[in-house]
Design a protein around this ligand. Structure first.
Ligand code: FES
Length: 63
């Protein structure tokens, strides 16, 4: 599923980037070589970044 249609960024690509790139959605997009165009995806992208980073922290706490 695409999170960002303008840049063809898939959810799995954004989630993987969330674990290695700090910052907000625009920072993560930049690390992927993209930048927001219409910006309609940014709220959903921010939510996915938070969710993925929280899961990473939860997994680290289990170790
Ligand atoms: S859908 Fe992401 S910038 Fe337009």
């Amino acid at each position: 599923m695409y999170v960002c249609v303008c840049n063809a960024i898939r959810e799995c690509e954004l989630r993987a980037a969330a674990r290695r790139v700090p910052g907000n959605a625009e920072a993560v997009y930049a690390a992927l070589g993209k930048k927001p165009d219409c910006c309609q995806c940014l709220d959903d992208a921010e939510y996915l970044l938070l969710e993925e980073r929280e899961m990473a922290l939860d997994n680290a706490a289990l170790c």
